[in-house]
Design a protein around this ligand. Structure first.
Ligand SMILES: Nc1ncnc2c1ncn2[C@@H]1O[C@H](COP(=O)(O)OP(=O)(O)OP(=O)(O)O)[C@@H](O)[C@H]1O
Ligand SMILES: [Mg+2]
Length: 261
């Protein structure tokens, strides 16, 4: 197992945000954490990356207990993060933002730079543009590209789809799939449960600081409780016997004579 979060408890002052969360991520997997606002998803990622300390429990990464390791050393060890809200350096160019992602590295990183530009051609077109003037989706691409520059073993992603239009969400998700196909393990936090469950191998459902379900992602897509709570089910329909109706069905009339997409 590449990453093991064991029964972590995390507090903000007296408030216990995580009440014993355990999550396992195997090498090569995409694992997703889903759950409502305030469930503890971001706190879990921040604790893994070392931005929050834990009260009890432990985090084992690549065979080592990293529970007390400072965050910057975790990056060197192979934990890469694209944080919630993206956090690009707005006054710096796209190119310099990418270079910042490699600050923990020694030696050449031209291969990673070339790969980031290959995965995100939009970034290559805009390499001299100030990051703060990029669109939301472009900044998300930059945040992921920057995290990849550290050549992480595990990429931690916090709501990469937040605030993006459906087409851009599709693009970001297919790039995440490609990054995983090329060998990077992914731990993905999402509110967009439908998309995340389609992409991931396994998933955990968080509720108020606890894991209430964990299963193969495909099973959760068909789980009536998960459908009702997170997949837009239970809205005046009887409990569905079949998987949730796909979005294409929402288009009412056929567009006759339309060319193929
Ligand atoms: N800096 C903080 N100070 C105090 N409480 C915090 C802080 N950050 C988070 N919390 C609390 O911890 C709990 C978990 O928050 P967290 O951000 O991890 O949730 P989340 O699942 O990521 O939610 P969202 O989907 O809205 O991003 C919430 O009750 C939140 O109010
Ligand atoms: Mg969050």
């Amino acid at each position: 197992m590449l990453l093991e979060v064991k029964d972590i408890h995390v507090h903000y002052g007296k408030i216990e945000a995580l009440k014993g969360i355990s999550v396992e991520v195997n090498e090569g997997e995409i694992v997703t954490l889903i759950g409502a606002n305030g469930a503890g998803k971001t706190t879990t990622l921040k604790t893994i990356s070392g931005l929050r300390g834990l009260t009890s429990g432990s985090i084992v990464f690549d065979g080592k207990d990293i529970s007390r390791m400072p965050g910057h050393k975790r990056v060197v060890a192979g934990l890469g993060q694209a944080p919630e809200g993206r956090g690009v350096f707005p006054g710096m160019t796209v190119h310099d933002n990418l270079l910042m992602g490699a600050y923990t590295r020694s030696g050449s990183f031209s291969a990673e730079l070339a790969e980031a530009y290959e995965l995100f051609p939009r970034l290559a077109e805009r390499r001299n543009q100030a990051a703060g003037t990029m669109s939301g989706g472009e900044q998300q691409m930059l945040a992921i590209g920057r995290a990849l520059m550290a050549k992480p073993k595990v990429l931690l992603l916090d709501e990469p789809s937040m605030g993006l239009a459906p087409l851009m969400v599709q693009q970001i998700f297919s790039i995440i799939e490609e990054i995983n196909r090329r060998g990077t393990t992914v731990l993905l936090v999402e509110q967009n449960a439908q998309q995340a469950l389609k992409l991931a191998h396994r998933a955990y459902v968080l509720e108020t600081g606890k894991v209430v379900k964990s299963a193969p992602a495909a099973d959760l897509l068909n789980d009536p409780d998960v459908q009702a709570a997170y997949l837009g089910g239970g809205l005046g329909h009887d409990a569905p016997e079949e998987p949730a109706v796909s979005q294409e069905r929402a288009v009412p009339e056929e567009r006759s004579g339309a060319p193929e997409a």
